[in-house]
Design a protein around this ligand. Structure first.
Ligand SMILES: Cc1cc2nc3c(=O)[nH]c(=O)nc-3n(C[C@H](O)[C@H](O)[C@H](O)COP(=O)(O)O)c2cc1C
Length: 180
């Protein structure tokens, strides 16, 4: 697929087929996302791939801050990926002090780049994704048994799409770009 087409045609998918997603395909998607750029090539993105229905149900029920749309999104998808950031590396010096005045900004920035690489790669493999930012960080971390230095950067629903949503309206170039 042409890269520009992929960037423009990928959509957030909120309705999935129940078809299983093979582990090999998920590994290929992650293998692509590994090539996302990161602060000093620190590669702090981690992927916890949840296919166990009871774990997924637990996150949908107890980890979505009562936001029923995300509960439904997670229930619909056969796979839920927690995109994790290893805390305190990206944007920081080896002694733990922040390199810039932006603090935690760069680790979220890296996670966002990795997230888009993951979603575009999934799209190339014929799979739909939905990035979710509305979740209960602590509950999700507890359910997944994350380590002290791991933070949940986003949840990503993954599966074969059962809908063909239109692209939500985008802004025009002259609304978002200034040439000086
Ligand atoms: C950081 C981030 C958080 C998001 N959180 C949610 C969410 O919690 N629930 C949801 O349904 N969609 C969520 N979305 C999806 C956006 O609504 C979607 O990307 C946007 O409307 C554009 O649609 P498109 O992805 O189909 O182009 C999120 C997207 C991003 C990038």
């Amino acid at each position: 697929m042409n890269m520009i087409d992929g960037i423009k045609e990928r959509r957030s998918i909120r309705k999935y087929k129940s078809d299983k997603v093979e582990k090999e395909i998920i590994e290929k998607i992650i293998d692509s996302a590994i090539y996302a750029p990161s602060w000093k090539n620190s590669q702090t993105a981690r992927y916890v791939v949840v296919t166990d229905k009871s774990v997924k149900d637990n996150i949908a029920e107890n980890g979505t801050l009562g936001f029923s749309k995300n509960k439904n999104n997670i229930n619909s998808a056969p796979v839920l990926v927690a995109l994790i950031t290893v805390d305190g590396i990206s944007g920081y010096n080896p002694d733990g002090t922040p390199t810039t005045d932006k603090g935690e900004h760069w680790q979220s920035f890296d996670a966002g780049i990795a997230c888009e690489a993951f979603c575009l790669s999934a799209y190339e493999y014929g799979l739909g994704t939905l990035i979710m930012g509305i979740y209960d960080e602590k509950k999700v971390a507890d359910i997944l048994g994350l380590k002290e230095n791991e933070k949940v950067s986003a949840l990503i629903a993954l599966g074969y799409s059962d809908e063909e949503p239109k692209a939500p309206k985008r802004k025009e170039i002259d609304e978002i770009a200034r040439f000086i």
